[in-house]
Design a protein around this ligand. Structure first.
Ligand code: WQD
Length: 340
């Protein structure tokens, strides 16, 4: 069965391609390689023994999207990762984010509307909840005003899909609201490859530990949490990838209860920044050079998932804990630097 994965060479996309292939799906990737490389294709192929089909083009080119679906008439599902994801950059370049994340979504849905039956999985984010009033966060928590154009593209994206599903019963969709994806494939053949200075905590930690960065700045220790640092729900990217496969299977097997559904994807456990650092020091057997600095604009105090809905309706649960995830991230960092 043929599945289209947009952004399939990216961090979460590549791990999802592996899990899809492991489950016997045939994968076609569209990627513009703006934040990834064809080396990733080699990593995927080494893990699964199968090379996915890759088409390199930009989904903003509407004619190319149309042409793709004319050539591939038997796509049974689409998992849409291709998007820009740097929160800070989105504040600087909002229109780039609206073009990359919204226009491309519209072009894809226009194609799916034409199909007899279409199944669509969307990469959404826990950022839609902002600072939730209650923890852990359930899917019923209200969506709060977005803190950044990036966050807004996820909210608008969900609305566009919901509106489409309302009038187009042949399109079935699930939005997966990711908490904080980290880690790498246990084989260390694929992982996260941030461009430039990493904005996210884990790649910054691993790059500091390997000597690429001098020091990690911990943004604020005066939050109302156990040790004063922010709490997040860090989920292993392989667990997250598997959630996409079960979500897709739910649609393919007609087990969905409505043609638009939303699921949180997290571990259900929150960790503070200092807990992450301690855990990293344990798994890597290294002392991490860090200092406490001021708060970062836009950070929420605490976010972790209530995963009951995904547990019960998708039959999915995260298997890896923080240590496993950090261990895989560290092994990947070491591997990447060795081969450079
Ligand atoms: C985690 C914690 C920081 C860097 C963002 C997006 C979200 C999602 C994932 C992505 C926070 C602290 C970080 C550093 C630090 N989407 N930190 N020093 O902000 O929870 O979520 O990435 O594609 O939509 O908003 O993740 O990894 O940036 O931060 O102290 O150098 O680590 O303050 O508490 P965040 P993060």
């Amino acid at each position: 069965m043929k599945i289209l994965v947009t952004g399939g060479l990216g961090f979460i996309g590549s791990h999802t391609v592996v899990e899809l292939q492991n489950e016997g799906f045939e994968v076609v990737i569209i990627d513009n390689c703006s934040n990834s490389s064809t080396e990733v294709l080699k990593g995927i192929t080494k893990i699964t023994g199968q090379e996915p089909v890759l088409e390199i083009f930009d989904l903003r080119e509407k004619e190319k999207v149309q042409d793709f679906f004319k050539r591939h008439t038997n796509i049974k599902g689409v998992i849409h990762f291709a998007a820009s994801k740097a929160v800070g950059e989105s504040v600087e370049k909002p229109l780039l984010y609206y073009e990359n994340n919204i226009t491309t979504l519209v072009y894809l849905l226009q194609q799916l509307q034409e199909q007899e039956a279409a199944n669509f999985i969307f990469s959404s984010s826990c950022t839609v909840y902002g600072q939730a009033d209650e923890l852990p966060i359930t899917e019923n928590a209200p969506v709060k005003a977005a803190e950044s154009p990036y966050g807004n593209t996820k909210q608008i994206g969900e609305e566009i899909i919901q509106d489409t599903c309302k009038v187009t019963p042949n399109v079935k969709a699930i939005s997966l609201r990711y908490f904080n994806p980290i880690g790498a494939h246990p084989s260390a053949k694929i992982g996260e490859l941030p461009l430039g200075v990493p904005q996210n905590l884990i790649p910054f930690i691993t790059q500091t530990a390997i000597g690429l960065r001098e020091q990690l700045s911990v943004f604020g220790d005066d939050y109302p949490t156990s040790d004063g640092t922010c709490i997040r729900d860090y989920i292993h990217v392989v667990d997250l990838a598997k959630a996409h496969v079960v979500a897709l299977q739910r649609l393919l097997q007609d087990k969905n209860t409505s043609n638009y559904e939303v699921f949180n994807v997290g571990t259900g456990t929150g960790s503070t920044v200092l807990e992450v650092i301690t855990s990293f020091e344990q798994v890597s057997q290294q002392k991490l050079n860090y200092k406490i600095v001021g708060r970062r604009d836009g950070d929420v105090i605490a976010a972790y998932a209530d995963t009951t809905k995904a547990n019960q309706e998708l039959g999915w649960k995260a298997k890896s804990g923080l240590e496993d995830s950090l261990d895989s991230a560290w092994k990947w960092e070491q591997k990447v630097r060795q081969t450079k």
